[in-house]
Design a protein around this ligand. Structure first.
Ligand SMILES: C[S@@+](CC[C@H](N)C(=O)[O-])C[C@H]1O[C@@H](n2cnc3c(N)ncnc32)[C@H](O)[C@@H]1O
Length: 248
């Protein structure tokens, strides 16, 4: 559905096509092209950089590092982390959680037989992890939520993430909005991605949004680090003080 160009002064109230009912085939094709876009835009880089930093200062764990990816979609991000952990000899237990049962089925199908990732169909707000989680991560998830639910999500992560959490989302600005609109058409990406990409940028954040929501969640100004990554990513990282460190 076409929409009027947003003014970017506040988060746009637009609906993404992937959040509306669709067939599993449509969702698979959309998520597959979203994964392609993630690779082309080096979207895994901020999280891998943070994981490298966190794991170098981790006291040696006597158990695997348990990571929960919320809103895991196609699962490409978690599969990338599985490769990262294997290449560094880090023992991990990875869980991808998604509200959409088709998404978790698609992520499982797209994973190689040797993958040990668990795919869970659940709503994060009613999910109780079976084992304590060390790190909670998400990518392109938070802009799907209204501000009050993002504050609840921050509080959920504060309770459940023993070591820290990392949010990888988009930066709200006119240039990436117009660029992605043109690029996704030219590249012939799935119609949902052509629509939802610019809408996601318009629904996403500027640093002040994150400062306000982190404060509303009870975090102090130094507790989380807000950092931009090119192109068009805005990330929020939190390392718990139990690790004795600065937010990364
Ligand atoms: C845009 S996709 C992101 C997929 C993937 N993380 C990526 O970076 O490409 C957002 C995902 O969040 C999921 N989601 C939305 N609300 C959720 C909730 N309350 N609990 C768990 N997953 C949710 C959606 O079903 C969707 O698959």
């Amino acid at each position: 559905m076409p929409h009027n160009t947003p003014d970017f002064r506040s988060r746009a109230q637009l609906i993404e096509r992937m959040d509306e009912p669709c067939s599993r085939e449509q969702l698979r094709a959309c998520l597959c092209d979203l994964a392609k876009t993630n690779r082309w835009t080096m979207a895994y880089r901020p999280l891998l950089h943070w994981l490298n930093t966190v794991t170098t200062v981790l006291p040696s764990l006597t158990e695997p590092l348990r990571i929960l990816d919320v809103g895991s979609g196609y699962g490409d991000g978690l599969r990338r982390i599985e490769q990262w952990a294997r290449s560094r000899g880090i023992a991990v237990e990875l869980t991808g959680l998604d509200l959409n049962a088709d998404a978790t089925a698609i992520a499982a199908e797209a994973s190689p037989a040797a993958s040990r990732i668990q795919w869970v169909n659940a709503n994060i707000f009613t999910y109780t992890p079976r084992k304590p989680i060390h790190l909670v991560i998400s990518s392109l998830f938070t802009h799907h939520l209204v501000d009050s639910d993002i504050v609840r999500f921050l509080q959920w992560m504060e309770i459940h993430a023993q070591i820290g959490w990392f949010i990888n989302d988009l930066s709200r600005a006119a240039i990436p909005y117009h660029f992605f609109r043109a690029f996704s058409k030219l590249a012939g990406l799935h119609p949902f991605v052509q629509h939802d990409g610019p809408v996601s940028i318009a629904r996403s954040f500027v640093p002040e949004d994150w400062r306000t929501m982190c404060a509303a969640a009870g975090l102090g100004p130094q507790d989380a680090a807000i950092q931009s990554f090119k192109p068009a990513r805005l990330c929020v990282a939190r390392r718990k003080p139990t690790l004795g460190g600065e937010p990364l």
